[in-house]
Ligand binder design. Sequence first.
Ligand SMILES: Cc1cc2nc3c(=O)[nH]c(=O)nc-3n(C[C@H](O)[C@H](O)[C@H](O)COP(=O)(O)O)c2cc1C
Length: 427
Amino acid sequence: MTSSHRLHIGFSANTTWLSGNAWRRPDSGVYPGGFGDPGLAHIKRAEAAHLDFIFRADVLYNMGLGSGELDPNLQFAAVAGQTSSIGLVTTASTMFIPPYYLARQLQSLHWLSNGRAGWNVVTSLGGHGNFGLDEMPSADVRYANARDYLEVIRKLWKSFPRNALIADRDSGQLIDPDLIQQIHHSGPFHKVEGPLNIPTHPAPLPLFQAGASPTGRDFAASCADAIFASCPDMEAALELRSDIRSRAVAHGRKADDIRVLPGLSLFLAETREAAQALFADTHKGIGDQRKIDYVRDTAGIDLTSIPANTRVTPDMIQRPQTVRSRTHADLLYRRIEHDSPTVEALLNSVEVTGSSHWPVIGTAQDAVDQIVAWHSAGAIDGFIAFPGGSMASYNLFFDEVMPRLVALDLFRSSYEGNTLASHLSRY
Ligand SMILES: Cc1cc2nc3c(=O)[nH]c(=O)nc-3n(C[C@H](O)[C@H](O)[C@H](O)COP(=O)(O)O)c2cc1C
């Protein structure tokens, strides 16, 4: 299994290069004026590099550490009119927002950007307390809800097609009422009459999905155009891509209908030593206690009084009944099962510090070499770039990594279309 197509590349519009301790660096570019800036300069830069899309992860609770960002749908509405080609992939949870409201919001963004919106379907990491729930429903209930939710959204997007808007001034016919239909949806979780109150844009609105437990993979394989994945190493990406492609075929789709796009965490500098220093500097702000809490809550192992050079072995794992993300928990167990790392190595692993995203800590050429290796092994269809640590790392991505991928003919040198669906087509 190889990837013969060119890469699909997205760029995180979350301010990831300010993560950890990085915001304190003089070259961080952190903006103390508040939240009035929708990140247009970064997004324009991604568009100038002809990236497929910009991407915003999002949650509906305060994750701490001042980590909040603008509502992504509003942020992208603000940049839609200032950009012309780049896709705008927003994250919205199926847990807390009524589907009618989201169906309309997403189509509004799709119209405002003329066919460039995408929806990353998530079932939420938390936030139930902000929406009147006493506890977070289990992951399987959340996925069952997501299936019903998506059915509502799809029906609503069919309920008022673009061609129902006739607007014939001579005859006085504004709409064709026969084409606008109620949906009368009555599912296990949602009851919605329809129709939607705005027409559906003619360009398809691509779906992304994040969450890679077996249930999550199956859900993605049934409906998503792309999966945003956490792949700490190439082996994990190979396993995920091969599995998700077979699952897509089992759902009557083509294997190529779903693209595997891991998060790529980039700590780039002119030399490997400088990149390692940047990584260390960024992470020294993250206290050990937070990491210890994460391992205890996810794997039931209390590392508090275990010496740093002691190995953490699989028999120490006590899987709790519920975890925030089974995907991330399974990747943590996998690391312990594969490597039996020392306490110190485990606390500094990407499974604990970096959402299990593919880490490249090195030069721009190191990043290019790894991307080429993963792509030619058939582990990825592309990636979502998360530059970390400094503006310099971010600049190296655009100034060095992207042009080299274009020179290798692994990425486009100009846009062939102006919708997100056209960027995601195989090329
Ligand atoms: C790579 C990745 C990114 C995610 N991003 C978000 C996010 O931005 N917002 C959110 O609420 N949940 C996010 N999630 C959570 C998932 O949507 C899901 O609720 C959770 O992982 C449980 O699904 P699972 O059992 O398949 O792991 C993410 C999960 C993964 C694996």
